[in-house]
Design a protein around this ligand. Structure first.
Ligand code: B12
Length: 425
């Protein structure tokens, strides 16, 4: 009898597991293909984070990946070089570039950057930038860029096998214990995750640190804060931080079962087709495959799969009647003065399209945007710049709720009030 029960249980387990497995496989394939397809876009700069995710994936198109690496080595390389020559902070992009090269097992010592008349290895530049960030932190208690990028810098040096100065790492350990990493009004789970991966890498590499106990304490604190950020629906932070948070928990030694609820939330997002932005997919895909950026450390690039094929995407033409929706746009300047505008837009328009329409229709509304790895970042409204150098930005909210997407990705589906406020951080 007992034997019969076991056979039934095993059969049930098999039938129950299979549909889920194949569902996950097809979702992974779709995301992997969408990421690979994004590399064909020649309009924006190649994105190192996309390359890293493609390289951490189990399925590959090796030829396309190597072509993309070449684009990074020309276009992205030049972009970093000109930012450095303009004296602007660039540590996050530099770190992602190093990690992208590492993900393809590229010889890092063969890549140099030219600043002024001087050519120096990429890793030397990254180390110098980290020193600048650290020195800035000594008197202002925060990095030149932000803690997310500071952590990326440490992570990139660490996965490349470069020793990180104990003064540099101590600043992050100290901040993890004594600073609240914030994004707007909420906890920045993305920053906690990146800091966790960076410090875990140092721990595993047995890098000399100022205080080993403090490093362990910082890791425990970060892990706890990430776990505490869990929402009722399983997300850690929001839809866009959960991928990095799961990567960090796995890297910090949690087993897959401990992350099951958050993983489930990610699978469910993927099934609902929530992720289209290539940057978002690039942060989620490794987590769905139970990998983290720490895997770059031991990546060997031997005997790799080469079976990823891009299907032609069928063009679906829908001719639904155009419904127009009313959008109130309120712009609140740094001095608190506000201006209101009204506009009718076709439902489904992006906020970017809506703002462009408003600009065409209203002579007293003008805006500018800057390119970033996440897409267009709203930078100037009616001539007023919310500059990161002044630690200000244009915060965007819909009906009082901060948007979790940028102006190009956020779609206007119903009448609402958009508030764009010059905010300090
Ligand atoms: C730090 C940070 C900020 C800082 C950046 C300034 C600074 N120096 O610290 C500030 C506070 C300005 C900010 C603002 C916003 N942010 Co933000 N931000 C981040 C964070 C934690 C790190 C970004 C970073 O440094 N990347 C590293 C470097 C190498 O990449 P980069 O592209 O060169 O970095 C620049 C851009 O990313 C840009 N940026 C920052 N946030 C956003 C958001 C969008 C949509 C865009 C297009 C650009 C952008 O600022 C970075 C520094 O210059 C990320 C987390 C993450 N997972 O990436 C969230 C993140 C990118 N931000 C997010 C959001 C939603 C916003 C806002 C739209 C919030 C809001 N309601 O207003 C605004 C942008 C509004 C606008 N004006 O267009 C989301 C984006 C999700 C998505 N699907 O698009 C993320 C993923 C956080 C999250 N999990 O929700 N952010």
């Amino acid at each position: 009898m007992k034997m019969l029960f076991c056979v039934f249980a095993a059969l049930f387990a098999l039938t129950a597991a299979n549909p889920c497995d194949s569902d996950h496989k097809s979702l992974l394939l779709r995301l992997n293909q969408e990421l690979l397809r994004s590399t064909k876009n020649q309009e924006s700069l190649p994105n190192p984070s996309v390359h890293i995710a493609l390289r951490l994936s189990t399925q590959h198109d090796l030829k396309k990946e190597s072509q993309y690496l070449n684009q990074l080595k020309t276009k992205f390389h030049e972009d970093i070089q000109s930012t450095l020559n303009n004296g602007k902070p660039v540590v996050g992009r530099l770190a992602l570039y190093v990690m992208a090269l590492r993900s393809s097992c590229h010889d890092l010592s063969s890549v140099s950057l030219l600043t002024g008349e001087k050519s120096e290895p990429l890793l030397t530049h990254l180390k110098k930038q980290m020193e600048l960030e650290k020195e800035y932190m000594a008197f202002s208690h925060r990095p030149l860029t932000n803690f997310y990028q500071y952590s990326l810098g440490i992570l990139a040096l660490c996965v490349s096998g470069v020793r990180v100065s104990s003064h540099v790492s101590h600043k992050l350990t100290h901040a993890a214990l004594h600073t609240h990493f914030k994004h707007g009004d909420s906890v920045s789970v993305d920053t906690l995750a990146m800091a966790g991966m960076a410090l875990q890498c140092l721990k595993e590499a047995a890098t000399p640190v100022k205080n080993k106990e403090e490093l362990d304490e910082a890791l425990t604190t970060i892990k706890q804060k990430i776990v505490d950020s869990q929402r009722a629906d399983g997300h850690l932070g929001n839809e866009f931080s959960t991928g990095l948070a799961v990567q960090a928990l796995l890297a910090m030694g949690s087993n897959v079962d401990e992350c099951a609820t958050s993983m489930k939330a990610l699978w469910s997002d993927a099934r609902k087709d929530s992720y289209h932005n290539a940057m978002a997919i690039s942060q989620i895909l490794p987590a769905l495959q139970q990998r983290s950026y720490l895997h770059l450390k031991n990546k060997e690039c031997l005997n790799e799969d080469d079976t990823l094929i891009l299907d032609d995407v069928p063009v679906v033409l829908t001719s639904l009647p155009i419904v127009r929706v009313k959008v109130d746009v309120e712009v609140v300047k740094a001095d608190g003065a506000s201006v209101d505008y009204q506009i009718d837009v076709p439902s489904g328009s992006s906020l970017l399209e809506s703002l462009m329409l408003l600009q065409q229709q209203q002579a007293n509304f003008k805006f500018e945007k800057e390119d970033s790895l996440w897409g267009p970042f709203l930078s100037v409204i009616n001539g007023e710049q919310a500059r990161q150098t002044d630690r200000r930005y244009w915060h965007v909210a819909s009906d009082g709720q901060g948007l979790t997407q940028g102006i190009k990705d956020y779609k206007i589906e119903a009448a609402q009030k958009i508030t764009i406020k010059n905010t300090s951080y």
